[in-house]
Design a protein around this ligand. Structure first.
Ligand SMILES: [Zn+2]
Length: 244
């Protein structure tokens, strides 16, 4: 994966000599466990952690060349992207495209519930609920800035439950691989050492920031997200755009 400056505004992915420009129209439908970008010719998988890092660093005007259709999972978080890109980028003074939440909005997609209220900053109050597991309810509030993203969110890894065989296989864990790219949740705790006690819900905030960035706007609003999912995030974001 190579990232280089581009004269084209926004984020362009290139794979097999074909390009796809980040935007709402290219978000794939198969976005249960992760998000995909597709234009019918090429499909790019799992861009969300990279995109969350780009949002936090306020990076636009880049071309991302890929040798694989899936972005590298690295450690399952956005931190390696921040580490690599931060020293090499400088913010452009462009007239930014803002989306300000101007009235109270509520939205549901299955078990995922979203609400938004006006705010001068970008605040995300997230909670996850697994009633039949020890996790029960886990919440975290993120008042977004690059500094808070780096301190609280960027390092939170993707997670899965040790009894979910399909998930383990997808992540290469069932093959006896390491535990380097995910937090594994067991019946009584974590299989590997968590980076934060609330790492799971923090990762949901990371995914939300990455998914929401696909609308190509800087955001202002106070968002409350309960049991968020990639599909719910995308539906909610599309709903917001209909209100613009
Ligand atoms: Zn994720």
């Amino acid at each position: 994966m190579t990232v280089e400056p581009s004269k084209i505004h926004g984020i362009t992915f290139e794979y097999k000599h074909k390009q796809i420009q980040l935007g709402v129209d290219v978000i794939g439908v198969n976005n249960i466990r992760s998000t995909t970008l597709t234009d019918g010719n090429i499909t790019i998988q799992t861009p969300e952690h990279f995109l969350a890092a780009c949002y936090a660093l306020n990076i636009t005007n880049i071309k991302v060349s890929l040798t694989d259709c899936e972005l590298p999972i690295l450690d399952g978080s956005a931190w390696p992207f921040i580490e690599q890109m931060k020293p090499k980028c400088r913010p452009l003074t462009l007239s930014e495209n803002w989306f300000n939440v101007s009235s109270n909005i509520t939205f549901s997609d299955g078990e995922s519930h979203y609400s938004a209220q006006p705010s001068d900053s970008y605040i995300i109050d997230a909670s996850i609920v697994y009633q039949d597991r020890w996790v029960n309810t886990m919440s975290f509030r993120h008042d977004h800035s690059l500094a808070t993203f780096e301190a609280d969110i960027a390092r939170a890894r993707t997670y899965g439950f040790s009894d979910e065989v399909a998930w383990l296989k997808e992540n290469g864990l069932a093959k006896g691989g390491g535990l380097e790219n995910a937090l594994v949740v067991t019946d009584s705790g974590y299989l590997n050492k968590p980076r934060f006690e609330t790492e799971m819900v923090r990762h949901k905030i990371l995914d939300f920031i990455g998914d929401m960035s696909m609308m190509n706007h800087r955001l202002k609003g106070h968002f409350t997200i309960e049991r968020p999912s990639h599909r719910g995030n995308i539906q909610f974001m599309k709903h917001l755009l209909t209100l613009k």
